[in-house]
Design a protein around this ligand. Structure first.
Ligand SMILES: Cc1cc2nc3c(=O)[nH]c(=O)nc-3n(C[C@H](O)[C@H](O)[C@H](O)COP(=O)(O)OP(=O)(O)OC[C@H]3O[C@@H](n4cnc5c(N)ncnc54)[C@H](O)[C@@H]3O)c2cc1C
Length: 385
């Protein structure tokens, strides 16, 4: 980790294309120092799947399990080449810190909306786009599902790039670039979440102050996680169920009434298409999640005041995430950074003049860091200058 983390720190800004001339020499010197000793070992570690990396470097499942759970949190399978990058996250959070918007993630969106309005921008919600008109290789307008046509000389989509360019775009992206995008991969393994309202924090035996500040892993064995990915890909709810918890109200008391807490239970290897269908099996997921915590924190079930699910079918219906995939496309070495969603479309521009893509399916990847949005905005501004 001590070699790979500084290397990752150097690589990531370069992949995003935002390495400034001022810091580049220092970063390259840093990378050179890191790579001077055992460069091949370091390169192999960074390119490995995290399943292999953790088996090589960590002797026990006591540490492999939680590190793998954290890597899985990013939606990356244990056997995906290059997934090792995500096994460094836990260490990275210790080094660089992690942030939570007080009051919850909605406050970040609200702050961005206030900023947009303060600059004279307008926002319309609940206005789904049915079509992006682009005659003669130039974007002309968006047409809403309810029929309204909005003329535009520039359009930026922040949704699944496959849906945007192959379904909404009229005419759709064709040729090699269209075929390349059509081939971008989206697996059946996504996430499922159960939000739980409780009247106390999970009571882990021998716990200490601060134990609820980070991810609480219920992945006991790396093998369990690897096998869960295979089961979910085949449409089954994994057994044992890989699970982790966050208890954000332990750090942010504004999230729950006094004396109460929010427990976020997430399964990182849930099948998008589930045998028997999600509506029939949603409660089974809830019960299994609660049982998993109860086994580690006796009394958890009694502390529950309410639950709310967020399963892949609900994510697809509410969030319009195809297949309930929050990253739209799988995270893999050939679908990351400038290769996301494809090599030809990895710079936020499209072959259609005035049409840009951003969001989780674009360079560098998903998450709520805002990086694809900033880079896409820069591309648009540069073209319009
Ligand atoms: C369980 C779970 C946990 C996660 N945890 C984290 C985390 O801890 N940290 C982190 O950084 N990331 C996390 N993520 C990932 C993160 O939520 C996504 O990567 C991020 O929200 C993607 O942002 P986006 O703006 O690209 O897309 P979205 O947030 O999905 O926004 C796209 C919007 O476009 C809308 N849309 C789609 N089609 C149309 C259309 N035709 N017309 C109009 N609007 C349309 C959708 O309704 C949606 O509102 C998590 C995801 C999940 C599912």
């Amino acid at each position: 980790m001590d070699k790979a983390l500084p290397l990752v720190r150097t690589i990531l800004p370069a992949v995003r294309g935002d390495t400034s001339v001022k810091v580049l020499p220092a970063q390259l010197a840093h990378a050179a120092r890191v790579l001077r000793r055992q460069p091949l070992t370091t390169a192999r570690d960074v390119m490995s799947p995290y399943d292999a990396l953790l088996r090589r470097w960590l002797p026990s499942d006591l540490t492999r399990g939680p590190v793998a759970a954290f890597a899985a949190h990013a939606g990356v399978g244990p056997t995906v080449p290059g997934g090792a990058l995500f096994a460094f996250w836990q260490a990275a959070y210790h080094l660089f810190g992690q942030w939570h918007g007080r009051g919850g993630a909605q406050n970040l969106t609200d702050a961005l909306v206030r900023r947009l309005r303060s600059l004279g921008g307008e926002l319309r919600c609940s206005a789904p786009v049915a079509r992006i008109e682009a005659r003669g290789g130039k974007v002309r307008a968006v047409v809403l599902e309810e029929g309204e046509r909005i003329d535009a000389s520039a359009v930026m989509t922040a949704m699944d790039p496959k849906a945007a360019l192959l379904e909404l775009l009229d005419p759709p992206l064709g040729g090699d670039i269209g075929a390349d995008l059509a081939a971008a991969r989206r697996s059946n393994v996504v996430q499922a979440v159960v939000h739980v309202a409780t009247d106390r924090l999970p009571d882990y035996p021998n716990s200490r102050d601060g134990d609820w500040n980070g991810l609480q892993s219920y992945v006991d064995y790396l093998d369990d996680l690897t096998s869960a990915w295979v089961q979910a890909e085949a449409g089954r709810l994994p057994e044992p169920l890989p699970l982790y918890a966050f208890t954000p109200s332990a750090m942010d008391p504004t999230l729950a009434p006094a004396g109460h807490h929010t427990v976020y239970l997430a399964c990182p290897a849930a099948p998008s298409r589930l045998d028997g269908g999600w509506p029939a099996r949603r409660q089974e997921l809830v019960e299994r999640c609660i049982d998993t915590v109860e086994a580690r924190a006796p009394g958890f079930r009694d502390s529950i005041r309410g639950t709310a699910t967020w399963t892949p079918d609900e994510m697809e219906a509410v969030g319009r995430w195809p297949a309930g995939h929050p990253m739209y496309l799988d995270i893999a070495l050939d679908q990351l950074g400038p290769f996301r969603p494809t090599k030809s479309l990895g710079r936020w521009r499209t072959p259609v003049e005035g049409l840009y893509i951003t969001g989780a399916g674009t360079n560098p990847t998903g998450g709520i860091a805002g990086t694809p949005g900033r880079q896409a905005a820069r591309a648009l501004l540069a073209d319009h200058r």
